[in-house]
Design a protein around this ligand. Structure first.
Ligand code: G4P
Length: 527
């Protein structure tokens, strides 16, 4: 491998931006994704992404959703080119298919776009996803959507980011009016006014100005809005945070963009700023230290496995994030956990590429590998050497069910299924102390349904799930752990690695236990 590859590798890495959109259902993620894809020319028709979503959610029957996995696999990662950049958008399932996969997908992103409905502000799911990004310290960009509708005061929204999420913000633009009176935005960096106009608001006009005190701004905004705008911008200049690139890179400051995805207003400016400010693929930690994307040997790890629910096709797709080097179809790589070489022959491509099979790919890209059952979440693949990327975090489950097998004769298959599905990351499993009853823990209801279905289809085990009232799990660290201390609104159990975990019914029970056991640590994820 000569300098030819390293030059090419550098160029490809420089081009790439891999991110996930984090939001609460209905904030407009599908709409925004679609507009971004339209800019990239990856889709030609508005409604393409939307259509998929409608198909997926029109039915509450989960089996029906799964039958369509053929398409939803491709929408798990969307790739497009824009102004010399290659953009990878990772889909984070939001509605009924919210699961641990959603969290794990975030580990494959180098930055996140947080989408907020201007009327609703920071909502529950956004908060959860934000916290995962926060822990990783990745840059977070904020798009405040639906400015064409009556929403909250922009200052209140920024205040909410700070109060609820604990992140400072820097508005890149500022709305002029809102709802029916929405005139457009003032771009603070480019000192220009972007106008929201035309009968259907589909025309966007950009007027370059010398600053917000330029008479043109007044003329455009009208007296009333102008006064408000100037007041707001002066306040931001005086009391707001300064734009600080370092803070942005560390996820301590979020650049905020106001716009309206459905009207395609503010989306292009957002995209262009994002491409400029968002990081190129970042190094990943491993047993051999930090692996730089420019490292010439290919490496990557699996962050998600999607099972095909069609019993005739038991195959799965394993999603791999490329961390270094170049991927070439048919290459042999080491499957580090099992210590064997394997050939990557049939990598899948995702929406928006014109080929069916990926021929080559670079750091930041996600490829879908055909998985005959050899991969687990967190597995590392590499060329030469034995790079093992750091274990993926586990996420504290929020829903719990006791699980038993309906037919005791099937106990062996039942156990095998539970073990394999746990390893795959489909569910987390806990054992009660003494009785060794099994409790499943998940973050989304769909995970229970997947478990139940796959146990039956793949392990011929019909299971009985009984929901429990616990809402939190905390891993205990410390000596002297006494089950008797965790009996009121809580229960001590063990995870698959025999770590002690306490399940709590409510926050009060958790807080009380923490107060009563100052010698113990209560961790949100496995130690
Ligand atoms: P999601 O993927 O985050 O769940 O949201 P999605 O894009 O599906 O958007 C949720 C609803 O919000 C949709 O309306 C969508 O049209 C609307 N929406 C998205 N962006 C904007 C915006 O900038 N302004 C306004 N006013 N609405 C916006 P819906 O009625 O649920 O669906 P549809 O009938 O429009 O398809």
């Amino acid at each position: 491998m000569g300098t030819g590859l390293s030059e090419k590798l550098k160029e490809e890495v420089q081009k790439r931006r891999t991110f996930a959109i984090i939001s609460h259902p209905d904030a407009g993620k599908t709409t925004l994704t679609e507009k971004l894809l339209l800019f990239g020319g990856a889709i030609r028709l508005a409604g393409t992404v939307k259509g998929r979503k409608a198909n997926r959610h029109a039915t509450s029957d989960w089996m029906e959703i799964e039958k369509q996995r053929g398409i939803s696999v491709t929408s798990s990662v969307m790739q497009f080119d824009y102004q010399g950049h290659r953009v990878n958008i990772l889909d984070t399932p939001g509605h009924q298919d919210f699961s641990e996969d959603t969290y794990r997908t975030l580990t494959a992103a180098d930055s996140a776009v947080m989408l907020i409905d201007s009327a609703k502000g920071v909502e529950a799911q956004t908060k959860k996803l934000f916290q995962v990004c926060r822990k990783r310290g990745i840059p977070i960009f904020t798009f405040i959507n639906k400015l064409d509708r009556e929403g909250q005061n922009p200052f209140d929204l920024l205040e909410e980011l700070e109060q609820v999420l604990g992140i400072r913000s820097y508005p890149m633009n500022w709305p002029i009016g809102m709802g029916k009176q929405f005139r457009g935005v003032y771009d603070r960096k480019l000192t220009q006014v972007e106008l929201f106009q035309g009968d259907d608001h589909k025309e966007i006009q950009v007027r370059k100005v010398s600053g917000y005190d330029d008479p043109v701004v007044k003329e455009i905004a009208g007296e009333f809005f102008y006064d408000q705008l100037v007041q707001d911008l002066e306040l931001l200049d005086v009391a707001g945070d300064e734009f600080d690139y370092e803070k942005l890179r560390n996820g301590e400051l979020t650049p905020v963009f106001f716009g309206s995805a459905i009207n395609n207003f503010g989306v292009q400016t957002f995209l262009e700023n994002f491409l400029q400010l968002a990081p190129t693929p970042t190094p990943r930690k491993s047993n051999e230290g930090s692996i730089d994307p420019l490292h010439e040997k290919f490496s990557g790890y699996i962050f998600k496995i999607q099972a095909n629910m069609n019993p005739a096709h038991r195959d799965r797709i394993a999603f791999l994030r490329i961390c270094s080097g170049k991927f070439e179809r048919g290459m042999s790589v080491k499957h580090v956990r099992v210590g064997k070489d394997i050939k990557l022959a049939q990598p899948q491509q995702f929406l928006a590429q014109d080929r069916d099979i990926v021929e080559d790919a670079y750091p930041g890209d996600i490829i879908g590998l055909f998985d005959p059952g050899i991969f687990r979440i967190g597995d590392s693949l590499c060329q030469g050497g034995s790079v093992e990327f750091d274990e993926l975090p586990t996420f504290s489950p929020e829903l719990f069910s006791k699980v038993t097998v309906k037919n005791a004769m099937k106990h062996k298959q039942f156990q095998k299924g539970v073990d394999q599905l746990t390893e795959e990351g489909t569910i987390q499993v806990f054992k009660t102390i003494g009785f060794e009853d099994l409790i499943l823990g998940v973050v989304g209801q769909l995970q229970f349904e997947v478990f139940e279905y796959r146990m039956k289809a793949e392990y011929s085990s019909e299971v009985q799930l009984s929901r429990m009232t616990y809402q939190f799990a905390r891993w205990l660290v410390g000596d002297d752990i006494d089950p008797a201390k965790f009996r009121i609104n809580s229960q001590l159990v063990k995870d698959k690695k025999d770590n002690y975990v306490v399940l709590f019914e409510n926050e009060y029970a958790l807080r009380t236990a923490m107060e009563k056991n100052p010698n113990l640590k209560f961790l949100e994820t496995a130690p």
